[in-house]
Design a protein around this ligand. Sequence first.
Ligand code: ADP
Ligand code: MG
Length: 330
Amino acid sequence: ESVVNRIAAGEVIQRPVSAVKELVENSLDASSTSISVLVKDGGLKLIQVSDDGHGIRYEDLPILCERHTTSKLSKYEDLQSIKSMGFRGEALASMTYVGHVTVTTITRGQLHGYRVSYRDGVMENEPKACAAVKGTQILIENLFYNMVARRKTLQNSADDYTKIVDLLSRFAIHHIDVSFSCRKHGAARADVHSVATPSRLNAIRSVYGLSVAQNLIKIEASDNDPSSSVFEMDGFISNSNYVAKKTTMVLFINDRLVECTALKRALEVVYVATLPKASKPFIYMSITLPPEHVDVNVHPTKREVSLLNQEVIVEKIQSVVEPVLRNSNE
Ligand code: ADP
Ligand code: MG
């Protein structure tokens, strides 16, 4: 049974960056205002995510890492999207089958926190009382220690740390009311360091730099025609002065970090037609749709979404972006 669990877990957590994504989303779900990530050896040796969220209650610790244990089901039922969220309550459990997980947490109003380690879905010992300030810290050590081939592949492939920095950068410019940091173990400074700010442009500047932030145009659109597609969109797109080798598209749909290749391609087409010299844009876009219109792929490692009325929405967004780019070029 443990082999089966391990294989399933290795599907949910495919690389260090998939573990980081799950942990950060948990921290966001816990209403954190500050999230810091520490990574050693591309995440294979250590991933530590610390937050200042609401913490985990003592009585929830024994089952925390059991599969399909989630405190969030009712919320997803409301959204009629259990299916689309897929694999709920599996992330932490999965990590315990492919790594060593230690949780330190304190809930509001408590004098001390608890620390407990997990292996293969169960607690290794009773939770021990410990000093803690606020929130939760989750430590994953020796990820894929029991999956020799996976470890080898990851060690030989480009450092996952770059992917982790990219992920945190994306979260940081969307959740601008949350402070993020991402640091390599032993490094003096953080590679992502964004302080909560009311200004999205500030956040983009601190994460992607001035060369990006100073070349952005704000875009906004909404469509309330229920017969086609109810949606809202806002974001920033690069102007003719932004020249890059590849497109950066940071897309959130209903506050979930996703990818939509059709939309990305469609926007590249608009750039080629209007700003050919700047045809690899930087795009940050946040779209709100009725949840039943969004089908997040059930596989948690694939971020690709498919949307009901996708063509209508993509065309609508193209028609908003195109005149903005044309005007900016004059
Ligand atoms: P899910 O997020 O789908 O519920 P997970 O396996 O990711 O499943 O997490 C299991 C449960 O652990 C969550 O439902 C939540 O109650 C709790 N949890 C995990 N991380 C945190 C955190 N950083 N702060 C508070 N609670 C957490
Ligand atoms: Mg989760």
